[in-house]
Write a protein that binds this ligand. Structure first.
Ligand SMILES: *[C@@H]1O[C@H](CO)[C@@H](O)[C@H](O)[C@H]1NC(C)=O
Ligand SMILES: CC(=O)N[C@H]1CO[C@H](CO)[C@@H](O)[C@@H]1O
Length: 639
C-alpha cells in the first residue's frame, strides 16, 4: 500500500509525465548505437566450422589436367549453342548431359507479372551416387544467364565438365543434381518449387511444370557464376554470395567452408559483398555490416542460390570477380571440394548459426548480439504507445465554455503515517472512446493493400505513373483525414489512435526482427520520428475555408512565425520519411530508373515471394498515415 500511495503521488509529478519522449529518443539512439558498436574490436567472433563431418579442404581434389581440354571443348560447344534457337539450345544441353551418362530432363516455366512474361526452361541432369540410397541429394548450378544477365559461357561449360568428371567417381553417398537454369533468379525458383511439389502449378499468373526426374531431400546447393566470354577469362577473386529470399541465410558452416576452401586450399582471395581488400579494421567491418543490412532488407534474390533458402536448403553462389591469374580449373576444384564437403555430411547442416551478421570473411556476430538493436528501436515505439495510452485515460474533458470551472476534488490517502493528497481526477481513468480510433486504424491498414495491389498488378509501362499517383494520394491522405477527423474526435481519441498505431507497429517490428532483422531495423528507424508526432499548432497557411460559419480569428499569444518555426521542419521531416519519398530517394541513390525498380519489386512479390512490399505498404505506410493525421489534426481543430 505504501508503494501504491507513493506511486500515485509520483505519477502526477511533472518529471515523470515528461519522461516517455526522452525514453523513446533514448531507445532509438541506443538501437542505432548498438549497431555501430558491433564492429568494434572484441565484439565480432572469429568464424569457425562447428560441423566436424564437413572436413573443408581436407580432401585432395583431382579436377584438372586432361579436364582442361574437355572444358575448352565444352566452352566452344556452349558458344555454338548460344547462337542457336532456345529450343535447340535446350535440346543440345540435355543431349550433352545424357552423353555423359546422366538422366536429363527439361522444365519449362512461366510467370505473368505486370503484363510481362517471365519464361524459360531449366535443364537438369541427375548423377545417381553409387553409394547413395536416393534419400539425399546436392545441387550444382550454373545459370545460362548469370545474375548480371550475361551468358555464362564458362560457368555452364565448367558445370558440364564437372558433370562428366563427377559422374566417373564412385565416392558419392548422395545424388548430385546438375542444374542449368535459364536465368539466375526465376529458373532456380521454378525448379526448387517444383522439386517440392508433386504436381504442376498452373494458375492465371504462373505455369510451373512438374519435374519428371527427382532425387532425395536436397542437402545443399553450390552455384557458379563465372561470366567469362567464349574465349575464357582469368579471375582475381571469388565473391561468396549468400543472401537468400527475404533475408534468409545459409548455415554459417557452409559459408565458412566455401571461404576456407577458396583461401586456404586454392589460394584464391575470397570476398563477401564484393568488398575488396577487407583489412579487418573498424571501417571495413562497418562497411560489410551496412552492405549486408541493405541486401538483407531488400530481400530479393542475389543469385541462383537465393531460391533455395526458403526451403531450408543451404546454398551459396561462387562468383568470380576481377581480372587475375586464377583459371577455370581453380574454380572447378573449388566447386569439387565444396561438393565433396557436402557429400561428407551425415545429416543436414545444423550445428552452426542460421542467424548471423558477417563483418568480414572471418568474423561475425550472432543473433543474440545484434537482435537487441532492432528490438530496442521497436521498444522505443512501444514506450510512446503506452505513454499515449495512459495519457488518453488522463485527458480531462475541457470545461465547456460558459460553464464555471469547478474546483478540483481532492482525495486523501492514508497509509500508516504517510498521508497523500491527490486530486481526484488523478485517480480515475476516463472511459476511453475506442471505437472510432480502432475503426480509423483498421481502415488505414486495409487502405495499405490498395497500393500493394495496384503496384503488383498494373502493367509495366503504367507502373511509374501509378506510383506517382499513389505518392500524391499518400501525401494528401493525412491532410484529408486530419480535416475530417479533427471535427469528430477529441484529443483523447487521437491519443488512443496514435497509441494503437504505435503499439501495433512496435509489436510487428519486434516479430519481424527475428525473421528479417535488417528490414525490421531499417523500417523501425524510419518510423521512429512518428513517436514524436503531436498535434501541431494552428497554422493560418493551412486553414481551409471551413464551413459557412465565419469565425473571428482568435488573438493568439504566440506569433505566426514561431508556430511556423515549429511546424515547418516537422512537416518536412514527416514528408521525408514517407514510404514514397524514401523509395524515390533510394532509387536515385542507386541510379536505377524508377520503372525498373517498380517492375523488379512487382516481380519479387509475385514470382519470388518477397515480403518487402507487404512490410512497406501494410506496416510502414499505415503507421506513417496515422502519425501525420495526428500531427495535422491540431492545425484544423476548431479553436
Ligand atoms: C503450361 O506450360 C506447358 C509447358 O510449356 C504447356 O504445355 C501448357 O500448355 C501451359 N499451360 C497453360 C495453362 O498455359
Ligand atoms: C554474350 C555475353 O553477354 N557475354 C559476356 C560474358 O561475360 C563477359 C564478362 O562479364 C562479358 O564481357 C561478355 O560480354
Amino acid at each position: 500500500m505504501g508503494l501504491l500511495t507513493r506511486l500515485l503521488t509520483a505519477r502526477s509529478s511533472p518529471v515523470l509525465l515528461r519522461l516517455p519522449p526522452y525514453l523513446s529518443a533514448l531507445c532509438i539512439i541506443a538501437g542505432a548505437a548498438w549497431l555501430l558498436v558491433l564492429p568494434l574490436e572484441g565484439n565480432p567472433r572469429a568464424t569457425y566450422i562447428s560441423e566436424n563431418a564437413i572436413l573443408p579442404g581436407q580432401v585432395h581434389t583431382y579436377f584438372g589436367g586432361s579436364e582442361h581440354n574437355v572444358f575448352r571443348a565444352y566452352r566452344q560447344e556452349v558458344w555454338q549453342l548460344s547462337q542457336r534457337s532456345d529450343h535447340d539450345r535446350i535440346a543440345g544441353l540435355e543431349q550433352i548431359l545424357q552423353e555423359n551418362g546422366l538422366k536429363a530432363a527439361a522444365q519449362p516455366y512461366s510467370w505473368q507479372v505486370a503484363g510481362e512474361e517471365i519464361a524459360g526452361t531449366n535443364v537438369y541432369g541427375l548423377i545417381q551416387g553409387p553409394r547413395a540410397d536416393a534419400t539425399e541429394a546436392m545441387v550444382l548450378i550454373a545459370a545460362w544467364r548469370n545474375f548480371a544477365g550475361d551468358i555464362n559461357y564458362s560457368g555452364v561449360a565448367l558445370v558440364l565438365t564437372l558433370a562428366r568428371y563427377l559422374k566417373r567417381w564412385s565416392i558419392w553417398s548422395k545424388d548430385i543434381v546438375v542444374l542449368i537454369p535459364d536465368d539466375s533468379t526465376y529458373g532456380p525458383e521454378a525448379w526448387v518449387s517444383a522439386y517440392h511439389s508433386t504436381t504442376s502449378t498452373v494458375t492465371s499468373t504462373r505455369n510451373i511444370t512438374s519435374l519428371p526426374i527427382k532425387a532425395g531431400a536436397l542437402q545443399g546447393a553450390v552455384a557458379i557464376d563465372y561470366p567469362a566470354g567464349p574465349w575464357g577469362q582469368r579471375f582475381e577473386k571469388i565473391d561468396v554470395v549468400y543472401d537468400g529470399i527475404n533475408g534468409a541465410l545459409p548455415n554459417l558452416d557452409l559459408l565458412n567452408t566455401a571461404i576456407n576452401i577458396a583461401n586456404n586450399q586454392m589460394g584464391v582471395e575470397s570476398t563477401l559483398h564484393n568488398v575488396p581488400n577487407h583489412q579487418d579494421n573498424y571501417l571495413d567491418r562497418l562497411t560489410m555490416l551496412t552492405k549486408g543490412l541493405i541486401t538483407q532488407s531488400v530481400g530479393h534474390a542475389t543469385g541462383p542460390h537465393s531460391a533455395f533458402m526458403p526451403y531450408h536448403i543451404d546454398a551459396i553462389t561462387l562468383r568470380t570477380v576481377g581480372d587475375g591469374w586464377h583459371d577455370e580449373m581453380t574454380l572447378g576444384r573449388t566447386a569439387e571440394s565444396m561438393i565433396r564437403s557436402i557429400n561428407n555430411l551425415l545429416e543436414h547442416l545444423h550445428q552452426s548459426f542460421f542467424f548471423y551478421v558477417l563483418l568480414g570473411p572471418y568474423s561475425f556476430v550472432s543473433i543474440g548480439n545484434y537482435l537487441p538493436a532492432a528490438v530496442i528501436v521497436a521498444g522505443g515505439l512501444t514506450v510512446t504507445a503506452l505513454a499515449m495510452w495512459i495519457r488518453s485515460g488522463k485527458a480531462a474533458p475541457s470545461p465547456a465554455p460558459g460553464k464555471k470551472q469547478v474546483p478540483e476534488k481532492l482525495e486523501v490517502l492514508t497509509d500508516g503515517d504517510v498521508v497523500a493528497v491527490v486530486p481526484k481526477s488523478e485517480l480515475e481513468t476516463h472511459e476511453r472512446k475506442m471505437f472510432l480510433p480502432a475503426l480509423i486504424l483498421v481502415g488505414v491498414h486495409l487502405g495499405g493493400f490498395v497500393p500493394l495491389y495496384l503496384l503488383n498488378n498494373i502493367s509495366a509501362p503504367n507502373l511509374p505513373l501509378t506510383f506517382y499517383n499513389i505518392s500524391a494520394v499518400t501525401l494528401i491522405l493525412p491532410l484529408y483525414l486530419a480535416t475530417h477527423i479533427a471535427r469528430h474526435t477529441s484529443p483523447q481519441q487521437l491519443q488512443t489512435l496514435q497509441s494503437f498505431s504505435l503499439l501495433l507497429l512496435g509489436a510487428t517490428l519486434s516479430t519481424l526482427a527475428t525473421l528479417n532483422f535488417s528490414l525490421a531495423f531499417l523500417v523501425g528507424l524510419l518510423c521512429s520520428p512518428l513517436s514524436f508526432a503531436r498535434p501541431l499548432p494552428r497554422l493560418p497557411l493551412l486553414q481551409f475555408p471551413t464551413k459557412a460559419t465565419p469565425t473571428t480569428p482568435k488573438p493568439t499569444t504566440d506569433p505566426v512565425a514561431a508556430r511556423l518555426a515549429i511546424s515547418l521542419p516537422a512537416i518536412l521531416l514527416y514528408i521525408a520519411i514517407s514510404p514514397p519519398a524514401v523509395l524515390l530517394a533510394l532509387n536515385a541513390y542507386f541510379g536505377k530508373p524508377l520503372a525498373w525498380t517498380l517492375l523488379e519489386m512487382a516481380k519479387g512479390w509475385c514470382a519470388q515471394g518477397v515480403w518487402t512490399s507487404l512490410v512497406i505498404w501494410a506496416v510502414w505506410w499505415p503507421a506513417w498515415v496515422v502519425g501525420g493525421t495526428v500531427m495535422l489534426s491540431g492545425t484544423f481543430r476548431a479553436a
